[in-house]
Design a protein around this ligand. Structure first.
Ligand code: UDP
Length: 195
């Protein structure tokens, strides 16, 4: 697939609808699929953080979130079709998950926030198959339980809202053993969706 390098971070030339389509295909493909949303903050951080850079370079999808990324491409004579905001991808995936009863796990944000976000989304898209929700401030024992719930619940989509780069690192280090699973860092999206 076509990617454009922004400050040496490869970013996919893809639309929001194509992203949601691709994610559905990934759930039938082996391994863990990391979806990252690249804004200027993430691209700059990746330049000083080799571990984040490696995660992004190997991610299944890095979508062009953020006007700065689209602008930088234009400066190099290249072009992304549109801005693909993480929150819009998340909303689209929640809709698909509701329609197809896909098991979803939600991790991150302050206590109660992801629960409120899920209940707001359910008002919009209908009931969701949520295998678990946990806030983003957990100890080692809670983390073990989070991962066990993800495994035993058969989560196929995992939203992780721990901020950049914590969420990408956590996904890489804790979820790489999963198969046919999509994990996406969504930053402050639960806070926004909780309203
Ligand atoms: N967060 C969390 N655990 C942490 C640090 C942050 O759950 O240890 C949450 C925080 O409550 C917020 C999100 O991660 O919901 C980070 O949002 P922000 O907009 O700062 O993310 P970024 O700009 O990094 O995407």
């Amino acid at each position: 697939r076509k990617r454009i390098d922004i400050l040496s971070v490869p970013i996919d030339v893809i639309t929001k609808d194509e992203t949601i389509q691709r994610v559905q295909e990934m759930m039938n493909e082996p391994g863990l699929h990391i979806v990252a949303t690249a804004n200027a903050e993430m691209v700059m951080l990746a330049n000083s953080n080799p571990s984040l850079h490696t995660i992004l370079a190997n991610a299944s999808l890095v979508v062009p979130d953020g006007a700065g990324v689209l602008w930088a491409a234009e400066q190099n004579g290249e072009h992304f079709p549109e801005r693909v905001a993480g929150i819009d991808v998340a909303k689209g995936l929640f809709k698909v998950a509701s329609e197809q009863s896909i098991p979803v796990y939600c991790l991150g944000a302050a206590p109660g926030v992801a629960e409120k976000a899920v209940s707001n989304i359910e008002q919009e898209v209908g009931p969701l198959n949520i295998v678990g929700i946990h806030d983003g401030f957990f100890n080692a024992e809670e983390e073990t339980n989070i991962i066990r719930t993800i495994e035993e619940g058969g989560a196929k989509i995992i939203f992780v809202a721990l901020g950049i780069p914590k969420q990408e690192e956590w996904i890489q280090h804790k979820l790489s053993h999963l198969d046919g699973v999509v994990a996406m860092g969504i930053g402050g999206s639960f806070d926004v969706l909780a309203g």
